[in-house]
Design a protein around this ligand. Structure first.
Ligand SMILES: Cc1ncc(COP(=O)(O)O)c(C=O)c1O
Length: 447
C-alpha cells in the first residue's frame, strides 16, 4: 500500500508522503498545516533568489499581459534579445550566443546536436559525433542526456535505449579512482580523457561534457585547480568541443558566475537552466562561442532543432528580472561569502561517526555519509541512510536533496546543500542548527 496522495497526479515516488506547499517566502516554504521549512537545497539548486519574489511576479504579469508566447521559428521579442545580452555579459570569454530552451535536459540535448552540426558545417563530411562524459555525473533524463549521464541508478532501467557514449572517472579525490592522493596523483583523472579519446578515435569524438562542481551524482565534488587547464588543452589538441554543464553550478551558485570560472579556462559551450529563472518559469539555454555560431551562420545558416517553448517570452522575461536581481543585489558574492561561512560551520559535523566528507564551492555543498570513517566503507543501500537523514531534516523543518550511488553506482549516501544564494548569515545559522540536529539524530539511530 503506498502513502501517495489519492488525487489524480502521477507522482514520481508513489511511496512518499507529499506535504502540500501553499506558500514560499525567501528561503522558507510553508505547508498547508502552517509548518515552515528552510529550503536548504532550493528545490534542486533552482530557487537561487528565493521564493515569493514580488518583483518577479510583477515582471511576469507585465510580460503575460503584453505577449506571453510567440514561436521562435518565426518571431523574436525584446525579452529573448535582452536575456541573451544579460547571459552573454555573465558568461566567460566569447560565449555570447544563447539558444534558449525550457530546462537542463533540453540544454544538454541541444549541446549534442549543436556539436554535431558545428562539425558538419565546418568539415562537410565528418564522423565526429561521440560525446565523452564522466562517471558520477548527471546531465539530464532524456535519452541523449541520460546517455551522457554517469549515474547508474538513473541509467540502468533505460540502458537498452541509451547511446553508446563513453565515460571517464570523475575527479573524486575523497574516493580517488586510482587510489592516490593529490598532488602526487599527477591528475591521472584529467589525462584519462586523452586515453579515452585515443581509444574512441579523435576523428569520432565531437565533445567532452562535465560538471565543474558535481551536482546530484556526487554533490560538491570538484577537481583540483589544474584539472580544467589539462582538459582544455586535451580538447583543443584533438579538436573536441569542451562543454561545461552549468545547469546546477551556473548563475552564481558556486560564488562565481559559472562553476568553470573557478578554473580560469574558457569552454566552447555552457549548458544552463535552473538558477537563470530561479524556478519562476521553466528556462534553460545552451551558450556557445562566436566561432560555433559563425560557422553555422556562414554555412547552411540552419540549426535543425527546436522545441515549442524554446525562447518563450514569458520565461525569458523572468530570466531578465532574475539576472537583474542577482547583479543588483550582488548575489554571486553573497554565495561566495555565505558559502565560506557555512563551510566553516559544517566542519563541526565531522564529530558524528557517519559524516565522511564535506566538500563544495560557494553554496553548492555535499555531505557524504559512511559506515566507517577510517575505511570510508559506505552503508548498505538497504539501510537507506540518505532517506533517514532527509526525513529527520524534514521533521526538523529543513529540506535537503538526497542522493546515492556515488561509490560504485549503487552504494553511497549523500545530501546536497544548496540554499537560495540570497541567504543571510542569521539564516545560515538557523539552517546549520537544523542540519546538525538532523544528522545527530540519524547518527544516534545508526551507530
Ligand atoms: C548538471 C545538470 N545537468 C542537467 C540537468 C537536467 O536538468 P533538468 O532537470 O532541468 O532537465 C540537471 C538537473 O538536475 C543537472 O544538475
Amino acid at each position: 500500500m503506498t502513502k501517495c496522495p489519492k488525487d489524480n497526479v502521477f507522482y514520481r515516488n508513489l511511496n512518499w508522503h507529499y506535504p502540500k506547499i501553499v506558500k514560499g517566502e525567501g528561503i522558507y516554504l510553508y505547508d498547508e498545516n502552517g509548518k515552515r521549512y528552510i529550503d536548504g537545497c532550493s528545490g534542486s539548486a533552482v530557487a537561487n533568489i528565493g521564493h515569493g519574489n514580488k518583483e518577479v511576479a510583477k515582471a511576469m504579469e507585465k510580460q503575460a499581459s503584453t505577449i506571453a508566447f510567440t514561436h521562435l521559428s518565426r518571431f523574436t521579442t525584446d525579452a529573448i534579445i535582452n536575456l541573451a545580452d544579460k547571459v552573454a555579459e555573465m558568461a566567460p570569454g566569447d560565449l555570447n550566443k544563447c539558444y534558449f530552451v525550457s530546462g537542463g535536459s533540453e540544454s544538454t540535448e541541444t549541446a549534442i546536436k549543436m556539436a554535431r552540426t558545428y562539425f558538419l558545417e565546418r568539415d562537410g563530411v565528418t564522423r565526429k559525433y561521440k560525446i565523452i562524459s564522466r562517471w558520477n555525473s548527471y546531465h539530464g533524463n532524456t535519452i541523449g542526456a541520460l546517455s551522457m549521464t554517469g549515474h547508474t541508478a538513473r541509467r540502468r532501467k533505460y540502458d537498452p535505449y541509451l547511446i553508446n557514449f563513453s565515460h571517464i572517472p570523475a575527479p573524486y579525490c575523497y574516493r580517488c579512482p586510482y587510489g592516490q592522493t593529490y598532488p602526487e596523483c599527477g591528475l591521472k583523472c584529467a589525462y584519462a580523457l586523452e586515453t579515452e579519446i585515443l581509444q574512441q578515435g579523435a576523428e569520432n569524438v565531437a565533445a567532452f561534457i562535465s560538471e565543474p562542481v558535481i551536482g546530484s551524482a556526487a554533490p560538491g565534488v570538484h577537481p583540483p585547480k589544474e584539472y580544467y587547464k589539462i582538459i582544455r588543452e586535451i580538447c583543443t589538441k584533438y579538436d573536441i568541443l569542451m562543454i561545461s554543464d552549468e545547469v546546477m553550478a551556473g548563475f552564481g551558485r558556486t560564488g562565481k558566475n559559472f562553476g568553470i570560472d573557478h578554473y580560469e579556462v574558457v569552454p566552447d559551450m555552457l549548458t544552463t537552466a535552473k538558477g537563470m529563472s530561479s524556478g519562476y518559469s521553466p528556462l534553460g539555454a545552451t551558450v556557445v562561442r562566436d566561432e560555433i555560431y559563425d560557422t553555422i551562420a556562414k554555412g547552411s545558416g540552419r540549426f535543425t532543432h527546436g522545441h515549442t517553448y524554446g525562447g518563450n517570452p514569458l520565461s525569458c522575461a523572468v530570466g531578465c528580472i532574475v539576472l537583474d536581481i542577482i547583479k543588483r543585489e550582488n548575489l554571486v558574492e553573497n554565495a561566495r561569502k555565505m558559502g565560506e561561512y557555512l563551510m566553516e560551520k559544517l566542519q563541526s559535523l565531522y564529530k558524528y561517526p557517519i559524516v565522511g566528507d564535506i566538500r563544495g564551492k560557494g553554496l553548492m555543498i555535499g555531505i557524504e555519509f559512511v559506515k566507517d570513517k577510517e575505511t570510508k566503507e559506505p552503508f548498505d543501500p538497504k539501510q537507506n541512510v540518505q532517506g533517514l537523514v532527509t526525513v529527520k531534516a524534514l521533521n526538523n523543518g529543513l529540506v535537503l536533496y538526497p542522493g546515492g550511488g556515488s561509490v560504485d553506482g549503487v552504494r553511497g549516501d549523500h545530501e546536497l546543500l544548496a540554499p537560495p544564494i540570497n541567504i543571510t548569515k542569521d539564516e545560515v545559522d538557523e539552517l546549520f542548527e537544523k542540519l546538525d540536529k538532523s544528522i545527530k539524530e540519524a547518527s544516534d539511530e545508526l551507530c
